[in-house]
Design a protein around this ligand. Structure first.
Ligand SMILES: Cc1cc2nc3c(=O)[nH]c(=O)nc-3n(C[C@H](O)[C@H](O)[C@H](O)COP(=O)(O)OP(=O)(O)OC[C@H]3O[C@@H](n4cnc5c(N)ncnc54)[C@H](O)[C@@H]3O)c2cc1C
Length: 305
């Protein structure tokens, strides 16, 4: 069904994860006309229980945190629209389409579209993620597995660096890496010094285990290995369906959006927050950037002549 075009929305927020929700919260409390558009599942929804969120001493699941944030903005009457957004610059700001239907004209836009993790080619991926046996953020939860058996599934040097990073929490770290990946002499020496064990394999199966609680790794050749959890360190890509087509948008070689310290992008009126701009993918970072971007927008739109 065609949506009527609303002119002069102060801001369209694209993305319903922590970055987008906190942006909308601030803008609504600045009495700005704002909508939030979200498509799909925020990365934050995959968090089984986070122990590094401000004031949550017993931890909180990603789902519950998102639910609470959604309640906070709904109470402020922010419309939450389900669908895939795409933006195009126009003279008065941006035309925002939802599911290809031109829906809003917004004076400013905050992109909070997040990233998508590259996944190992295994059949039971969703089951293992839901059971918390596959992990994606060592800064967030490696502390919970300190001194335990931890595997790191890597494909390249970035993954090896992650294994060295994780080794700080546990001496029992194992690197799973393709047979033909050439490890540099420098890295090889670092891995030896850190006493990280290496399993070379191109294909493996992963199997949940109740007792002992954890995960069995079955390589196509060689012995099976047990670990409490495995970190997936296969890289990620920025979710860019809203803006991939825009000309003049500065992005890093990895595809991240390049912002100023006020979260401004290279196109005036456009801002970005959260995982899509930042290698330190953390909720507190996304929330802080959202507060900065929303306040910048509010100040930009103040019109006292
Ligand atoms: C398993 C796991 C555990 C983690 N644990 C922690 C933790 O303990 N502590 C911590 O601080 N961080 C943790 N993180 C990281 C945290 O989840 C991210 O830093 C956070 O979700 C980033 O928020 P965001 O709003 O930038 O992106 P997201 O939460 O990914 O939300 C982005 C949203 O934008 C939507 N979107 C994208 N493109 C469009 C479009 N064109 N139109 C409409 N919507 C669109 C996406 O579908 C998605 O819903 C964890 C991550 C994972 C995967």
């Amino acid at each position: 069904m065609a949506r009527s075009v609303i002119s002069k929305l102060d801001c369209a927020v694209i993305g319903g994860g922590p970055g987008g929700l906190v942006s909308a919260l601030y803008l609504a409390r600045f009495r700005r006309k704002v909508v939030l558009i979200n498509d799909g599942k925020p990365r934050a929804a995959w968090i089984p229980k986070s122990h590094n969120i401000l004031g949550q001493e017993r931890g909180i699941s990603g789902d519950l945190l998102l639910k609470r944030l959604r309640r906070q903005i709904t109470a402020l009457h922010v419309p939450v629209i389900k669908g895939q957004a795409r933006i195009d610059p126009v003279t008065t700001g941006f035309s925002v389409s939802v599911n290809r239907i031109p829906s809003f004209i917004a004076r400013t836009v905050i992109l909070a579209t997040g990233i998508e993790d590259n996944q190992p080619a295994i059949e039971n991926l969703v089951e293992l993620r839901e059971k918390g046996l596959l992990r994606y953020c060592s800064i967030c939860d490696a502390y919970e597995f300190r001194d335990q058996e931890v595997a790191v599934i890597a494909a390249d040097d970035t993954g090896i660096q992650k294994a060295l990073f994780i080794r700080h929490w546990t001496e029992r770290t194992r690197l799973i890496i393709p047979e033909d990946f050439l490890i540099s002499t420098e890295r090889s020496n670092q891995l030896k010094k850190a006493r990280i064990r290496i399993t070379r394999c191109n294909h493996f199966r992963l199997q949940a285990s109740k007792a002992p609680h954890g995960l069995w790794i079955h390589p196509e050749h060689g012995p099976s290995r047990f670990c409490r959890v495995a970190y997936v360190e296969l890289g990620s890509r920025v979710r860019d369906s809203a803006f991939a087509h825009l000309k003049g948008l500065h992005r890093s070689t990895e595809g991240y959006l390049v912002t100023s310290i006020e979260q401004r992008l290279s196109i005036p009126g456009l801002f970005a927050v959260g995982d899509c701009v930042n290698l330190l993918g953390q909720i507190s970072v996304a929330a802080g950037q959202a507060a900065v971007a929303a306040t910048e927008i509010h100040n930009d739109l103040l019109d006292w002549g």
